[in-house]
Design a protein. Structure first.
Length: 252
């Protein structure tokens, strides 16, 4: 299995989520370049979000007339998560943040699952830390790895560091596999202690299903990070250590 396979497999999981289908039905795309799959996924997402754009823009404009506490109630009781996700990128940042912090974490988690973070990045970055952590915990409980992975690149370090506290080792491995911005992996893992990273490797070593995502994760570490944690890699069981060494050689 090559690193290109890992990247394409991750993109297939995300594309299947956008299309509302089983990843197995898209397995024939595994040999397609991961970058091309990502471009296609983003095009599909744009098509979905731009449908009925004029109507959504009018709704966003009309929402300015409603006080934030009332609008938050309307959002949960009338609009629902899908419509809120479509409108989120069309409202003023301060307004969006003010409404978002009034929504219950379970509902905000529903919205997050439907949201395209690229369109609401400024709002996401300013949502109160405690709210983000509560939503992260709820999404992890639901095993919404793809949703969490889409948001990591839009959050400041203090928020990511706090969120890591409610994300278990197995969850973190699975989230990293479907992270939208893989260039963030080295930085995010750099926020972990050596003890926490050792825990990730131990969890992966105990479950062969986690080998592909942890191998993919390691290919996105900088040379400096690999050297820093080389002694931890030496602690792995022989078979997994051999896979790690082979994968890192392919990625270099």
């Amino acid at each position: 299995m090559t690193t290109e396979n890992f990247a394409s497999q991750a993109e297939i999981l995300k594309l299947a989520r956008v299309l509302g289908t089983d990843p197995e039905r898209l397995a024939y795309l595994e040999r397609v370049d991961a970058a091309e799959l990502q471009t296609f996924r983003e095009q599909v997402t744009d098509t979905l979000f731009d449908a009925n754009l004029a109507v959504l823009e009018r709704m966003a404009m009309a929402s300015k007339l409603i006080p934030s506490p009332i609008l938050a109630k309307i959002a949960e009781k009338v609009f629902g998560p899908l419509l809120c996700a479509r409108i989120a990128g069309l409202v003023e940042v301060s307004r969006g943040v003010d409404v978002a912090k009034r929504l219950r974490p379970p509902f905000l988690s529903d919205v997050a699952a439907e949201l395209d973070p690229r369109r609401a990045s400024a709002i996401i970055a300013k949502i109160p830390l405690d709210t983000v952590v509560a939503v992260a915990g709820e999404l992890v409980r639901r095993e919404e790895w793809i949703t969490v992975g889409r948001f990591v690149g839009h959050l400041p370090d203090p928020t990511v560091r706090r969120a890591l506290g409610v994300i278990g080792d197995e969850a973190l491995i699975r989230i990293a596999f479907v992270l939208d911005d893989k260039s963030r992996i080295d930085h995010v893992l750099g926020l972990l202690s050596e003890t926490r990273f050792r825990g990730l490797l131990q969890v992966a070593a105990a479950d062969e299903d986690l080998w592909p995502p942890v191998l993919d994760l390691l290919t996105h570490l900088s040379e400096k990070r690999v050297e820093q944690w080389a002694h931890l890699l030496d602690e792995l069981p022989p078979e997994l250590r051999e896979r790690v060494e082979e994968t890192l050689r392919e990625a270099s």
